[in-house]
Design a protein around this ligand. Structure first.
Ligand code: ADP
Ligand code: ADP
Ligand code: MG
Length: 452
């Protein structure tokens, strides 16, 4: 049994993991860049270590500095959070080689699932339906033309190593294919250092519905219901909710069963999420598996009553899950709004700066995961998400009402934020009716632009 965990992340997720460590009786060590000297995660951990200058390459992505920080502080395990090194098989392996427990799946699972084209092949073999597309990566423009003609336009060119909504390009006809493929490859090379791409049929007006799973090292794998993440801007999630407005008991059973099969097919352990696209006829298709804790994990925690981060720590200690599939019930409705330091009136440009005054909403069924405090200066170097506002109520309509007052009481002065924009979305008829799909937000924004 280990007693000390190094948290290789920053912001609200680092704070969230510190809290889980405290409740599990574990010591926490955080790391920070020189730009994060005054950051909350550096202030409140049991110990904190400076690992480098602001640039992520030299700090939060600096693998050797992180291993050295574990060795110098005696941390025996490492939690990677999300983003940064959380999906690096190389780093998970480096931890193992240095006798540090990586709190996540095996390096082999991360490598296999991180190659999105290869992951789809594995899922197909396991009998999970996947989005129609190329068998693995496409070697050339000629090959892509042939495959696209077979599956039918429109298609998407997607980066095999992609993440965070990057490296995805829509192609409506053969004339656009070569150019869009080059653009996707270039973006993939720049962001992921790997320009391999694959093709997928564009699913028209789909819903993004994902299944959370958790598995122990003995092979027990449990599905924890779904999250609907169809409210997206540029393929990035903006609002998430559970249950999905389009869920039925039959669909949930089928999707959970497929998700567990998918996880078992790759010997998966720890927390993971299987992302599916669901069409109007409620057919669902595997898209990718995220091999880490996700931003939107609190909505699942709220409807299932299971603390996902504590469960991650427990299974990484080698403990068995304390619940089975039959114990899991989805109760009530949870919604999360991502609060970003950005200006919706200027194409959502990031808005770093000092928080002059702050009021964080609270009350029954309201949770805010954040690393903000009054007087805190948001540095310009990192992700613009500064908080997550999550509500829980017995019904969806009540959760929406709660989210409305919580958003209107949320005050962050000194910087621009998307709080008012989120309120507009929550009040929108399509959100209220639960009829929105993945294309809703882009349409909403182009309508707004037209109307000035
Ligand atoms: P989630 O489903 O958890 O919301 P996201 O894809 O939005 O997942 O990613 C969570 C965080 O990780 C975001 O800050 C995103 O920018 C970052 N991220 C995701 N994938 C990558 C990647 N391959 N490289 C760098 N950052 C990534
Ligand atoms: P990332 O690794 O960047 O998260 P995903 O493969 O999960 O990439 O896709 C991100 C988003 O892009 C999805 O949630 C969905 O909105 C959209 N998308 C991806 N593939 C398709 C597809 N074949 N058809 C329609 N939309 C898609
Ligand atoms: Mg995804």
């Amino acid at each position: 049994m280990w007693k000390k965990v190094l948290i290789a992340n920053r912001g609200e997720i680092a704070v969230r993991i510190i809290h889980a460590c405290r409740e599990a009786g574990l010591q926490s060590v955080t790391v920070y860049s020189t730009a994060d000297r005054n950051a909350l995660h550096a202030e409140i951990a049991d110990e904190s270590v400076c690992i480098g200058p602001p640039s992520v390459q030299e700090s939060y992505l600096n693998q050797n500095a992180l291993i050295a920080a574990c060795q110098n502080t005696g941390a025996q395990a490492l939690h990677p959070g999300f983003g940064f090194l959380s999906e690096s098989a190389e780093f998970a392996r480096l931890c193992e080689e240095n006798g540090i427990v990586f709190i996540g799946p095996s390096p082999e699972s991360i490598a296999m699932l991180g190659d999105k084209a290869r992951a789809k092949e594995t899922m197909k073999k396991a009998g999970v339906s996947v989005v129609p597309g190329s068998d693995g990566a496409v070697p050339s423009v000629e090959a892509a033309k042939k495959i696209a003609a077979e599956i039918g336009y429109p298609v998407l060119v997607k980066a095999s190593a992609g993440g965070g909504g990057r490296g995805i390009r829509r192609v409506d006809n053969e004339a656009q294919l070569e150019e869009q493929m080059l653009v996707a490859k270039e973006e993939a090379r720049r962001f992921f250092g790997n320009d391999e791409v694959y093709l997928e049929k564009l699913i028209i007006e789909p819903h993004h519905v994902e299944i959370q799973i958790i598995a122990d090292r003995m092979g027990n794998t449990v599905a924890l219901g779904e999250r609907d993440c169809s409210m997206q801007r540029r393929n990035q999630k903006v609002i998430e909710e559970s249950p999905s407005p389009l869920m039925t008991p039959e669909l949930r059973r089928a999707m959970q069963e497929a998700a567990v099969r998918a996880a078992k097919a790759c010997g998966y352990y720890n927390a993971g999420t299987i992302e599916f696209l669901v069409d109007d006829d409620r057919n669902f298709y595997f898209m990718e598996m995220n091999t880490r804790i996700q931003v939107e994990h609190p909505v699942t925690e709220w409807v299932t009553g299971i603390d996902l981060v504590q469960t991650q720590l427990a299974v990484a200690q080698g403990q068995p899950l304390l619940f089975t599939q039959d114990d899991i019930q989805v109760r009530g409705h949870a919604i999360e709004c991502r609060i970003n330091a950005e200006d919706p009136d200027h194409d959502f440009r990031p808005s770093p700066g000092t928080i002059r005054s702050l009021h964080i909403p609270s009350g029954p069924g309201v949770r805010v995961d954040s690393a903000m405090y009054q007087g805190y200066t948001i540095p310009p170097y990192y992700d613009s998400m500064i908080a997550k506002l999550i509500v829980h109520a017995p019904t969806r309509a009540q959760a929406i009402m709660k989210m409305r007052w919580a958003l209107s009481e949320f005050i962050v002065d000194g910087i621009d934020s998307n709080i008012d924009f989120q309120l507009q979305l929550i009040k929108n008829k399509a959100f209220e009716a639960g009829t929105y799909d993945n294309t809703f937000l882009e349409h909403f924004l182009s309508e707004e632009k037209k109307n000035g």
